[in-house]
Design a protein around this ligand. Sequence first.
Ligand SMILES: Cc1ncc(C[n+]2csc(CCOP(=O)(O)OP(=O)(O)O)c2C)c(N)n1
Length: 366
Amino acid sequence: PRAACPTAEAVGQAARGMIVAGRLPDRRLVPAISALAERTGFPLLADPTSQLRFGPHDRTAVITAYDLIVRAGRTGLAPDLVLRFGDMPTSKALRLWLRRCGCDQIVVDPPGRWNEPSRIAGALVRADPEALIERLLPLLPQARIERSPWLLGWSAAESAAREAIAAHLGGSGSLSEPVLHRALGRAYGDGERALLGSSMPIRDAETFLEGGSRAVTFHANRGANGIDGLVSTGAGIGLGAAEPAWIVIGDLALAHDIGGLALAARVATPLRIVVVDNGGGGIFDFLPQADQIESDRFRRLFTTPSGLDLEPVAAAYGLPYERVSDEAGIAALAERDRVLAHVPIDRGDNVGLHRRIAAAVASATS
Ligand SMILES: Cc1ncc(C[n+]2csc(CCOP(=O)(O)OP(=O)(O)O)c2C)c(N)n1
C-alpha cells in the first residue's frame, strides 16, 4: 500500500476547497494545477502571473475577479481549505480575506523558496508542486464535488462580476487603466510574454485581465526595488525566450530605467513598451494620505511625476513612438515589432472609477 499522504487526506475531506495560485515563474505547472482543479472540483483563483489564466488548458474552474468578489464579502464563498501554489497573489483584499476566514491553508513551497509571508498557513509542504500533484491525483476521488453548489457558487460570482465590470466599462470613451488592461488582455498573442510593472499594472491586470486560450507568460518584479530595471528586464525576457514581449509600466518606472531603452531599441525579438502615463505613481491615490495632505505637496512627496516628454525620449533612443488613446490603438500594437506606446491617462477619476466598479460588482454578487 502507498504511504499515507496528509495533503491528499485534507483535500479529499474538504467540503469547500479552493486552489489559490500566485506568481509562478513559467508555464511548467499549468497542466498539473489545472488537472488538480478539474479532479477536485475546487475553484482556482489565478493571479495572471500564475500563468493559469491564459492558455489552452481547461479553464472552467478559473476565477479571475476574486479581488472584487472577496471585497464584496458575500458569505457562502468562504473555503474550508486553501491549497496555495506560487507566491501570495498581489491582491491585498484576498490576503486579508484569507486571513479572516480562518480556514486550513496548505502552502506548497518548493525547497529554497519562502512563499508564505502572511504566516497563516497551517502546513507548508516542501515539495516540487508537479511531483506532489502527480502523487495526489491517483489518491483523490474523481471530481468529488464537481458541479457542486460550492463550485457553482464561485462560477456564478465570477460571471456576475465579469458582467458587472463589462457593463460598467462598456461605454468608456477614453482609455482608463481598467479598459487599457482589458484591451491588452485581448491583444497579447499566443506564445508572447508580458512584464507587468508596479504599482498599478500588476494590480489592474489582476482585476481586469479576462482569461483567454492563448498561452501568454506573465512576469512581474515586485518588492522594495520593484520599479527598477523594468525596461531592461522586459527586453531580456523577450530575448531570452526568443518570443515577442510586452513591457507594461508606468511613467515613473520608465524614468527609472530610461537607459534600458537603448537595449530595447536593439534586441532582435519584437518588443512593445506600453507606458501608462498617469502622471507619477498611481497607487498613492488609493492610500489614506491622499486626502490628508495638500495636493501639491502630495504630488511632490508621493506621486512624483517624471514630467518627461516621451516622444523626443523615444526618438533619442531610435524607438518608434506612438500615442494611443483608445482600445483599437491598443489592439493595433500587436502588429508592431517595436514600439514605445505612450498611453496618457487622466488620473483624476481613477480612484473613483475603481470604487464604482467595486460597488457594481458588490451589488451584482450579493
Ligand atoms: C526602485 C523603487 N523605488 C520605489 C519603489 C516604490 N514604488 C512602487 S510602485 C511606485 C510608483 C510607480 O509609478 P509608475 O511607474 O508611474 O506606475 P504607477 O504607479 O502609476 O502604476 C513606487 C515609487 C519601488 N518599488 N522600487
